[in-house]
Write a protein that binds this ligand. Structure first.
Ligand SMILES: [Zn+2]
Length: 131
């Protein structure tokens, strides 16, 4: 299978936009699901930490639980950021600015949007901005 990279400046077709919108909606649902699972994890770990003795040195479970909690909290933060990006991208589909780089105004290639439908930047800007 060959993916043909559209030329820089080629706008998305209506059909491509519809496909990407559907992808974004699926990603939003998945991210929301991940977030509710992670929130439940963080809560469970909080509860088990309250139940276990606070003396970490004599409690082998203590540091493990603390580690798990910071992992889940970090993942939760990531998921929240992703969800915000997805919401912004969906908003841009509706106001018809989707597919255009927010930094330089160039069209973002369909191949890039296919891989990261929530990205606000073209590949050149993403590399330059390190995002
Ligand atoms: Zn750009």
């Amino acid at each position: 299978m060959t993916i043909v990279e559209p030329r820089r400046g080629v706008a998305l077709s209506k059909r491509q936009k519809e496909l990407l919108e559907r992808r974004l909606e699926v990603e939003r649902r998945d991210t929301e699901l991940t977030m509710s699972q992670l929130s439940a994890d963080v809560h469970t770990v909080q509860v088990s930490r309250q139940d276990s003795p606070t003396d970490d040195e004599h409690d082998p479970e203590g540091p493990t639980l603390a580690f798990e909690q910071s992992q889940s909290t970090a993942l939760l933060r990531q998921a929240r950021d992703r969800l915000a990006q997805i919401e912004v991208a969906l908003g841009r589909i509706h106001d018809d600015s989707y597919g255009t780089c927010t930094n330089c105004g160039a069209a973002i290639s369909y191949a890039r949007l296919g891989a990261r439908p929530y990205t606000p930047h073209c590949i050149q800007c993403a590399e330059r901005l390190g995002a």
